[in-house]
Design a protein around this ligand. Structure first.
Ligand code: ASP
Length: 438
């Protein structure tokens, strides 16, 4: 059994948090591959090391004195080094990094040092081997990860090392220069490591007890989701739930590796388990897995009597959107009319052109636009097996005077999307959350 663990910056912000992480790792012998972020915020108002490194880069690039900001960065690592009683020569490591700093030093190299140093310290603290991501995580010519080469390199390393610590967030490009992922990218490093070695589990340790059923800014202390499938997660994140870095899911999903979201500050909390499917699912309870949503959509409704008899009517309308570069979210339809749902921001600069082209080419009886609409996704793999759920949802919303402007159900029946006025957005989410939990 082998588990890959990734710890986020908030779990590694100080010597004290290092101690918590060590307890977690030592509680389970199979926790053998550890991926770390750079130290995050210790308190609200504090600055993440990665942000300080971006500032450091800007200072160097524009010839501004950078000693002060670099000292701040060094002090964070010195605190961890001292508080964990480490013996490695941190000062020489810092001097070596400083020796590489000049106007031409790439931003990727500079910001990657955040995870690099943290991984070095964590490796000694755990008694694990430090494995630099520059030695196994390869980007190809197209700027994407070269999975074949990367997987083979890490497998090779694991043949001789059984317990390792890896810095997240970066690898090397085809010129062997450091290249980082986008922000939050250590999640991806963890997923790639797990997939490379066919791990039994990928545990992603953060500062919350899993993925919440609903946005905690709308419902106070919502329940975490205990189990969610990859497809459900995709629906929830597409509609705004902030969970993991988007690219995280692919490597573990392709190898069917269970992904756990766990809380470093509450190691025994169950967290959220993400898998392709769950064999032990009971049909009856918790028919809603999660609810997420976004504001500011527009619904454009095109109506024409006997539209169903005109071949290609919808296609020709959609083509107008395509030619204007407007991405379409949903197309609910009836016999003589259909609606096109788009993000309002996508049409704000081309609305007049869009409407006049529709009028010109399709001669509809009417084109109506409703703005300030929110879309809410009610996601649940058990929706399909339960009769009357849609009825319950609409009754609950109706009883609370919430006008539903649009309804759509995905073909795989794992989600129901409703459109409500932006002014009803929060209220609707609260009503749906109560419905899901009663
Ligand atoms: N340290 C990087 C960031 O703050 C990467 C990560 O933490 O995932 O974005």
């Amino acid at each position: 059994m082998i588990k890959v663990l990734k710890f986020g910056g908030s779990s590694l912000a100080s010597g004290e948090s290092f101690a918590k992480v060590k307890r977690i790792i030592e509680a389970d012998q199979s926790r053998r591959v550890v991926v770390v972020s750079a130290p995050g915020k210790r308190f609200s108002g504090d600055t993440k090391i990665t942000d300080l490194l971006y500032i450091l880069h800007a200072h160097i690039k524009y010839n501004a004195p950078y000693t002060e900001v670099f000292e701040k960065i060094k002090d964070r690592y010195r605190e961890i080094h001292a508080s964990c009683g480490l013996k490695q020569d941190l000062e020489t490591e810092l001097i070596n990094i400083e020796a590489n700093l000049n106007k031409k030093t790439s931003v990727d190299y500079i910001v990657s040092r955040g995870e690099y140093l943290n991984a070095r310290l964590m490796a000694e603290y755990l008694g694990y081997t430090f494995v630099d991501s520059a030695d196994w995580l390869y980007f190809g010519y197209n700027g994407k990860v070269d999975f074949e080469k990367t997987y083979a390199a890490l497998q090779h390393i694991m043949e001789t090392h059984s317990k390792i610590v890896i810095p997240g967030f970066y690898g090397v490009n085809y010129h062997n220069n450091i290249k980082t992922f986008s922000r939050g990218g250590s999640d991806i490093t963890g997923a790639i490591a797990a997939a490379a070695i066919d791990a039994d589990m990928y545990e992603n340790w953060t500062d919350v007890s899993g993925i919440m059923t609903v946005d905690p800014r709308i419902v106070e202390n919502p329940k975490p989701i205990d189990k969610v499938t990859f497809s459900e997660l995709r629906e929830l994140s597409y509609m705004g739930a902030e969970v993991l870095h988007e690219e995280t899911v692919f490597p573990v999903r392709s190898k069917n590796i269970p992904l756990y979201i766990k809380n470093t500050n509450d190691m025994n909390a169950p967290g959220t388990l993400i898998m392709e499917s769950f064999e032990d699912d009971d049909k009856g309870t918790n028919f809603i897995t999660g609810i997420s949503g976004k504001k500011n959509y527009s619904i454009i409704t095109v109506a024409k009597n006997r539209m169903n008899e005109e071949l290609g009517y919808i296609r020709r309308t959609l083509e107008i959107f395509e030619n204007l570069g407007v991405s379409i979210e949903h197309v609910p339809s009836s016999i003589d009319s259909f609606s096109i749902v788009v993000a309002s921001s996508a049409i704000e600069n081309c609305l007049h052109e869009l409407i006049s082209k529709i009028n010109e080419r399709l001669a509809p009886d009417s084109v109506q636009i409703v703005n300030e609409v929110s879309l809410i996704a009610i996601v649940g793999r058990k929706l399909a097996d339960n009769i009357g759920i849609a009825g319950k949802i609409f009754t609950a919303l109706g009883e609370n005077d919430i006008n539903i402007r649009m309804i759509e159900q995905g073909a795989d029946e794992i989600n129901i999307i409703i459109g409500v006025n932006d002014t009803d957005y929060k209220k609707a989410i609260k009503v749906l959350y109560d419905l899901a939990n009663n």
